[in-house]
Write a protein that binds this ligand. Sequence first.
Ligand code: ADP
Ligand code: PHD
Length: 570
Amino acid sequence: MALQSHGVKIPCQGFTARMAISSNQLSFSNSRWIEDCCRSWGRRRRAKAMKVAKKGGGGGGGGVEAVLKAEDEEELFSSNGNAENFTSIMKFGGSSVASAERMKEIASLVLSFPHERPVVVLSAMGKTTNKLLLAGEKAVSCGVSNVSQIEELSFVKDLHQRTIRELEVDPSVISAHLEELEQLLKGIAVMKELTPRTRDYLVSFGECMSTRIFAAYLNKIGAKARQYDAFDIGFITTDDFTNAEILEATYPAVAKRLHADWTNDPAIPIITGFLGKGWKSCAITTLGRGGSDLTATTIGKALGLQEIQVWKDVDGVLTCDPSIYQRAEPVPYLTFDEAAELAYFGAQVLHPQSMRPARESDIPVRVKNSYNPKAPGTLITKSRDMSKAVLTSIVLKRNVTMLDIVSTRMLGQFGFLAKVFSIFEDLGISVDVVATSEVSISLTLDPSKLWSRELIQQELDHVVEELEKIAVVNLLQHRSIISLIGNVQRSSLILEKAFRVLRTQGVNVQMISQGASKVNISLIVNDSEAEQCVKALHHSFFESGDLSELTVDGENREIGNGSAIKLNNV
Ligand SMILES: Nc1ncnc2c1ncn2[C@@H]1O[C@H](COP(=O)(O)OP(=O)(O)O)[C@@H](O)[C@H]1O
Ligand SMILES: N[C@@H](CC(=O)OP(=O)(O)O)C(=O)O
């Protein structure tokens, strides 16, 4: 089928598909969508013609090559210049694509907004990433002949094959991947080692398969979709396997590729979350656990979209982790700063770096529940009305290591802080919460740069050894950071209430830090007391109904920005 628009004949399989769905399965009008597409197609076609005339050719491609070309052609394919092709991004996490049933539901969701032209990002199905990691660890020691019997490999195979069967799509879309996955595990068994690079390659099978299955399903039901591996369309990262950072060149490269493909042949892009390509190694990298959120916001910025939606299994960002306290409630509005702080300090719901691209391009992020799409979710924007805000959310980060470092030099000596931090820099360890005086520092170490493990004892011993050259060091393990995310302009009120609660729980706070971010106050307590504290704090701030007490203006005195107090050594 073809449509006439602007005097040009447009090949429009994608449009046909939308109409087929409209009449058979979903009831919506798609005439405006078609009109928009035609208009957009006409513009893009002219732009493309200009490009061809000017350069004598074109072409897509991923990796560094694409970056160079994209930069070259920025004039024609600037990241925002083609925003009309797509309007929003919808990212679905593992829980949203955990089964054939779930995939059908999210297909309806994707297609239920006739005036949206979404880009879709998917994570691996359910717990696939964890299973692949476990399979990799088992392969190291199980022997080549036993690889086929690894329970987690069978689980991953069964899940994907069953999903294929239930969705009635062609098994060949993932059969090569399943074979290659088993070969890879055999390779790991032969080598008897699982390097970070191999680990990233191993987990990439999860996203590569979920997106292929979903795209095949959309095509089967008549909605034209195209699968993409992020590492093939310009997601360029550092070579920090298991925790790679996205490089700037990604934005023009991804925009160029997606717009060019849409121009040539419109189809809903279905893109792997979590994955990238190392700029030196050209090997597959991953963005850290939960990294698909970051993939989504990166694409949102690259395409200059109107909204970024991240679909989860909860009704938005909640007042605390629901696995700690079931009475957690959705938070309707957050700022990028609040969301970033919350994620950084351990709320699993968002990837720690994911707010950055959205904030840089000022694109609202909506956290929604794919199991309950009617729930309003959480809207994250640059600013919001803070006049009534006190506490927004409580976040717990467990199993944190704390260091008390007291200078052996005399008071008045300068350079102590610089020396301490240069040691951390040399050892590649980042620090979370800090409280300082002229001759002492208390701080917590950030284990998040290390994949799914805490700082190992050997590394800690090394840190202490280095620090002991200039200071007396006390290492305190099994601590928790409780972060109170909210309006730090009301810090005195928050602290007054928090300390009252903690005192009634008989808990001693060992360190407190109020960051310059204006949205976070962190308290350090023993691991063993942390959950009980979070529950009591939640009850007091969100359930006792006396929040008004906290907003009495006369009492609202602040602690200065960046202040930090070391309360006691335990
Ligand atoms: N403050 C919080 N608000 C919402 N969810 C939270 C919070 N803290 C932890 N979580 C956990 O995060 C999960 C959602 O994040 P995640 O598992 O990464 O979702 P997805 O895999 O769907 O992207 C929830 O199921 C919940 O258990
Ligand atoms: N599959 C990856 C990436 C991801 O973002 O997953 P999810 O969206 O399910 O948190 C992980 O488990 O880390």
